[in-house]
Design a protein around this ligand. Structure first.
Ligand code: NAD
Ligand code: TYD
Length: 335
């Protein structure tokens, strides 16, 4: 493994992974391949853009010739795919781009992996299991996605399984719980609540706020992906999470406490249609590879809040244009 293609490397988790990989492996070359959708942002990679082991290509994973050109030009041997449409609420408004990128785009990358004999790692999500009323999801559980986003991610997971079985593509999948940390686009709940609170704007909490998520620190997730990439068994799926669940209302209160803001900023708004009330992962299999998350939820949240407080240059300009249009549709017109 030397020359690694990172589709979606200009997004939140991808950019954290690129930075992590360059620091951890002094002999690896990293090529980010990213369409730069509303969620892709070269500011996320600003601090490494002059690194001689880093290159950037603007491209779409649905564009097979562009993917092949990138693989040939950089003698790529490994793909770690982060490229996806990722926001559940947007998938409810319009699922078109989700099906294209998350399903068809994965197919294009799998074809390239087959043709060039590449190692392929796919960054998947716990949302493919659907709402887990009791217990925790294991990798062998059936997939029951309930949002268009989750269904498109499940489609990718199934395609990967088929390419492993039929074409012997050397693929692995991680299914991660919710990530928080630096460079997360402020549509996702934690950066949305932090940046709204900083501006004394309401924190729109869906439904009763009792939904549960396992919020993990993005660098813990990156370490797990690295571990599976290097030590995981081909064809296998690994859940990645802390196993610690938090209610949204408690997460909102914790953010306000950290920022010294009043709880009166919490505003209950209509629930998300088909809202998955709980995700929960059994991470025994990953622990078997020797992985433990470094951060508790409280530590992860504290670091995340501090980063947004200290990096207004990064998020302030994102909260304009297309973002405000989306915000209006999602939060003001749905009341
Ligand atoms: P993000 O929305 O921040 O970034 C996605 C990136 O993909 C952007 O840079 C975007 O420009 C790029 N992209 C989108 N369509 C593309 C296309 N057709 N071709 C090339 N690039 C394209 O997403 P994220 O939160 O960093 O998530 C990364 C991956 O991790 C996704 O696959 C997501 O499903 C998965 N995941 C995310 C979370 C989470 O909490 N954020 C949890 C588990 C799994
Ligand atoms: P989100 O960050 O969209 O991630 P997920 O893909 O897990 O839904 O939302 C996390 C949780 O926060 C989820 O239960 C929905 C809830 N939520 C709100 O209450 N208000 C909001 O404005 C958003 C975006 C999410």
């Amino acid at each position: 493994m030397r020359n690694i293609l990172i589709p979606g490397g200009a997004g939140f988790i991808g950019s954290n992974f690129v930075r992590y990989l360059l620091a951890r492996y002094p002999d690896y070359r990293v090529v980010v391949f990213d369409k730069l959708t509303y969620a892709g942002n070269l500011d996320n990679l600003r601090d490494i853009e002059t690194n001689p082991r880093y290159a950037f290509i603007r491209g779409d994973i649905c564009d097979a010739p562009a993917v092949e050109r990138a693989v040939r030009a950089h003698a790529i041997d490994t793909v770690v795919n982060f490229a996806a449409e990722t926001h559940v609420d947007r998938s409810i408004m319009d699922a078109d781009a989700f099906i294209r990128t998350d399903v068809y785009g994965t197919y294009v990358l799998l074809e390239a992996a087959k043709k060039f004999g590449l190692r392929y790692h796919h960054v998947g999500t716990d949302e493919v299991y659907g709402w887990v009323a009791e217990g925790s999801s294991r990798e062998t559980d059936r997939l029951l996605p309930r949002s268009p986003y989750a269904a498109s991610k499940a489609g990718a997971d199934l395609l990967i399984h088929a390419y492993v079985v039929t074409h012997k593509v050397a693929a692995t999948i991680t299914r991660g719980a919710n990530n928080i940390g630096p460079y997360q686009y402020p549509e996702k709940v934690v950066p949305l609540f932090i940046t709204n609170a900083l501006d004394n704007l309401p924190l729109p909490l869906y439904g009763d706020g009792r939904q549960q998520r396992d919020y993990q620190f993005v660098l813990d997730h990156c370490e797990a992906i690295d571990l599976v990439l290097h030590r995981g068994s081909i064809g296998q799926v690994y859940n990645v999470g802390t196993g610690q669940e938090t209610c949204n209302i408690d997460m909102a209160r914790a953010i306000l406490r950290l920022l010294g803001k009043p709880e009166s900023l919490i505003q209950y708004v209509p629930d998300r249609p088909g809202h998955d009330r709980r995700y929960s992962l059994d991470v025994t299999k990953l622990r078997g590879l020797g992985w433990e998350p470094e951060h508790t939820f409280a530590e992860a949240l504290e670091k995340t809040v501090r980063w947004y407080v200290e990096n207004e240059w990064w998020w302030r300009k994102l909260k304009s244009g297309e973002y405000l249009e989306y915000y209006r549709k999602q939060y003001l017109e749905r009341r």
